[in-house]
Write a protein that binds this ligand. Structure first.
Ligand code: BGC
Ligand code: NOJ
Length: 826
């Protein structure tokens, strides 16, 4: 069953009923000001950091679901009617005659009709601004005049979302606002150490306003039946403590057929410390600095311009990789939604979604480094900045903070470091960046360790230390020590926690000198080979590198990779698949010897991606084992058999009921590793089959089972051991976005950047006869037409009419803006 449909032309998903199985959401904002918005206008906004700088309140895990948002109420002032409703359905849930929500690239538009009054609200954040626009268009479709009241409503957050939700003895006394010329300014704590405030403005003359929640709602009422909306009269309340809100009241008379636009803007503004107040000795906000921006965006033509600029911006971004294949689900995900989701994960990491509260996690080190793999071609300059920010949270040991806070860009001490895979991902991010851009200068950027001034070293040195970090931490079998956990945050082999509430991620009750990870070993081989490739190029360029440390050679890395490979074959290979780990007792995990957890997906993917066994049939064996033991129609589960009870020596993985999350759920992030591996082995049908199983668009028809949004990936789909097999959870913020993008665009469609140019090596389904890729790369547009002539994967390339050797399109001469490539698959 579907709850909507794709509008590919407009790059939108159209939701046809407000009662989706879960709130189906979208994101607003591109750089600093962000918001989450559901299909019924639920959600909240923040500036840069969902924990430390939250603008509006939202209560997670609420009943009814998804209460709190960007609300508008309409009231029919005709004394015979006096009915009121929410044009976005929530929070009044009044049945509507018509409802439609369109989630698009950086905007959401909700249209509805009740009793002949049509309303459409378009929500978006203009590029480069710290504000959001709600553009409401009302149309009177009756043949009578209509007299309406419009009420807006948001609830302000007192900035620190954690404190806001817990510290009531203080919070009930600090709320402050100013209301001047119809603009509501939220200024809690502005009088002391904050130099920022929020504002909520409206384009119309007000009939009233409210800033005190109780006066608007009534003490014992909810957002579904505000007292003020019922009576049709605002209280003009000024909050002193308690719960500051913002509500405008506008009265509108519409002739039959008449239409009217009303604009609301909600924004964030900072003043310089010495210019906070006006007059300077007062406690009144200096508004001179913000008024120009407010008046600009209250004008309908400016709003239209800003919306058009956002549309063009996204067209340009998506245009960087476009494909036409025989499969509409592939086309739609590659051309629109998967690329879009990689941008969202780049912006949010794992901080704020409808499953991540925005309080618990900042920017993850391994998360953001992997997100970059799918994002880098969209806006390379921002990828560059992110790489340098991440590297600055590395420690001198080469290890890294597991997370950092986006507002401060400082490593998070609560979580700390010791996740031994973390630093290796940085190598993959940097090499992907250089292959995309050819910007070798990034390797010479001076970056501190732990953000400490004076500790700066060239980025290349950071990468060396990333590799050395693993080499310095090898266990009894010569495999890398796992530390707190590797990619699988829940495989906590040194934790041994028997105390409820202890964090699996930060509790370490064993020394950590024994438990080893085959996964990190595979990742190490992959990263070391990448370093070798990078160094080989640098050596070839013969450029003098001016560093205060000595550069290791490509030879060094190849040797280390080879040594690790042989260790994996010796201790990490189980005969039919790669093993997973050795625990604190040096017992194997992920082996035929185990009763539960015999085979895990992660080492199969990472080792084959690193090239192990590709030549000698063992990689194919591992893939056959994946197909036999782990694959389901809904995707590939993380491991089998699921852990049926809690194992002290394994940690959080066995804390989940079988079939959920890391305990044998379909942890989607890992599925593309198998797709890439199958592609590496030349199995195009298999690779694309796995791709389709978790492709959200291909699952649209089973939305009642899948339940999450059909336009973006979720972190997990319940596995075959779960009662709800096929049900997705934790949508949006997952490494699945970037990795699926890499798998489909670079390995299945096969167009991937290298240091020397674009490589074209498709491994596609045998039934595909033709397809076309357009890819912008280093300022050149490549139009690539691919035709299948034989049943293999061998390609022959003709570049601008001339056939070339190999499958890498040489970098074109300067000033050439477009290159045409004909590819035959033989
Ligand atoms: C989840 C993991 C996640 C970790 C982060 C665990 O509860 O299952 O997927 O990585 O928390 O702290
Ligand atoms: C989600 C975390 O964000 C990610 O870092 C981790 O690799 C996976 N969970 C698997 O545990």
């Amino acid at each position: 069953m579907r709850y909507g449909h794709f509008d590919d032309q407009n790059r939108e998903y159209v939701i046809e009923t407000p009662e989706t199985p879960l709130p189906w959401i979208n994101y607003l904002g591109s750089e600093s000001y962000f918001g989450l918005i559901s299909n019924t206008a639920g959600g909240y906004s923040f500036y840069k950091d969902a924990r430390l700088r939250r603008l509006t309140r939202y209560r997670y895990n609420n009943a009814p679901l998804d209460t709190g948002g960007r609300y508008i109420y309409l009231r029919d002032n005709d004394p015979n009617s006096a009915r009121s409703w929410s044009p976005t359905w929530m929070p009044t849930r009044t049945p509507l005659d018509f409802y439609e929500c369109r989630h698009g690239m950086g905007y959401t538009s909700i249209r509805s009709r009740l009793a002949g009054i049509e309303s459409q609200t378009r929500y978006f954040v203009p590029l480069g601004e710290n504000l959001e626009i709600w553009e409401l268009t009302l149309t009177n479709q009756r043949d009578q005049p209509a007299s309406l009241s419009v009420f807006s409503a948001i609830e302000f957050n007192l900035w620190d979302a954690m404190d806001d939700a817990t510290n009531f003895q203080r919070n009930y006394s600090i709320g402050q606002v100013e209301v001047v010329d119809g603009v509501i300014y939220h200024k809690t704590e502005y009088r002391e150490r904050r130099d920022h405030f929020a504002y909520f403005a409206c384009s119309e003359k007000l009939a009233g306003f409210d800033t005190q929640r109780d006066d608007f709602l009534g003490s014992y009422r909810g957002w579904d039946s505000p007292k003020v909306v019922e009576s049709g009269q605002s209280a003009d309340s000024i909050t002193h403590g308690w719960q500051p809100i913002g509500s405008h009241h506008v009265k509108v008379q519409l002739k039959a057929g008449e239409q009217k636009k009303i604009i609301f803007i909600l924004g964030y503004h900072e003043n310089s410390k010495d210019d906070k107040f006006d007059p300077p000795e007062s406690q009144t906000i200096n508004k001179r600095t913000v008024l120009p921006v407010i008046s600009k965006y209250l004008l309908a033509d400016q709003v239209e311009k800003a919306f058009e600029a956002l549309r063009v911006h996204w067209l340009g971004l998506l245009d960087k990789y476009q494909v036409v294949t025989p499969d509409e689900h592939t086309n739609r995900m590659v051309n629109i939604w998967n690329a879009y989701q990689t941008m969202i994960t780049f912006n949010m990491s794992r901080s704020a979604s409808y499953f991540e509260s925005g309080i618990g996690r900042g920017m993850g080190f391994r998360d953001s480094t992997q997100d970059l793999l799918g994002f880098v071609h969209l806006i390379p300059e921002r990828a560059r900045e992110r790489i340098l920010d991440l590297a600055a949270t590395q420690l001198e040991t080469g290890g890294a903070y597991h997370q950092y806070q986006p507002l401060t860009k400082r490593g998070n001490n609560d979580v700390g470091s010791g996740f031994n895979d973390d630093p290796l991902w940085l190598v993959l991010a940097v090499t992907a960046y250089v292959k995309e851009t050819g910007d070798w200068s990034i390797l010479n950027e001076q970056v501190p360790y732990d953000n400490k001034p004076g500790s700066e070293e060239a980025l290349h040195g950071h990468l060396q230390r990333s590799i050395q970090y693993t080499l310095d931490r090898l266990g009894p079998h010569g495999l890398p020590l796992i530390g707190r956990a590797d990619w699988n945050d829940c495989l906590n082999l040194n934790c041994f926690s028997d105390t409820p509430g202890q964090s699996f991620q930060t509790t370490t009750n064993k020394e950590g000198k024994v438990a080893e990870s085959v996964f990190i070993a595979g990742l190490f081989v992959l990263a070391a080979k990448e370093m070798a490739g990078l160094c080989e190029k640098l050596e070839g360029k013969g450029e003098k590198q001016d560093h205060n440390f000595s550069l290791l050679t490509s030879h060094f890395y190849l040797e280390k990779a080879a040594k690790m490979e042989s260790t994996i074959w010796q201790h990490g290979w189980d005969g039919d698949w790669f093993r997973r780990a050795y625990d604190d007792f040096s017992h194997v995990l992920g082996s035929k010897e185990n009763d539960e957890g015999k085979i895990f997906i992660e080492p199969q993917g990472i080792c084959v991606m690193a090239g192990l066994g590709v030549e000698d049939g063992r990689a194919q064996k591992a893939m056959n084992s994946v197909a036999e033991h782990l694959a389901t129609p809904h995707g590939i589960v993380l491991q089998q058999p699921a852990f049926s009870k809690y194992y002290l020596h394994l940690g959080e993985i066995s804390s989940y009921p079988p079939g959920y999350k890391e305990n044998a759920g379909i942890f989607c992030h890992t599925n593309p590793w198998i797709m890439v591996s199958e592609a590496k082995l030349g199995n195009g049908d298999k690779a694309h089959d796995y791709y389709s199983r978790i492709n959200p668009s291909a699952r649209e028809e089973i939305s009642d089972l899948h339940r999450c949004e059909p336009y973006i990936y979720a972190q997990m789909i319940a596995g075959k051991d779960a009662a709800t097999h096929g049900e997705a959870k934790n949508s949006w913020l997952t490494g699945t976005a970037a990795w699926n993008y890499v798998a489909i665009s670079q390995w299945i469609l096969g167009v991937r950047p290298t240091y020397d140019g674009l490589q074209v090596a498709p491994v596609v389904p045998s039934a595909w006869k033709n397809f076309e890729v357009t890819r912008s790369y280093r300022g050149v547009r490549y139009v690539i037409q691919i035709e299948r002539k034989g049943m293999g994967n061998e390609v022959q390339l003709e570049v601008d009419g001339k056939s070339i050797n190999g499958n890498i399109i040489p970098l074109p001469v300067e000033n050439k803006k477009e290159v045409h490539v004909r590819v035959t698959i033989n």
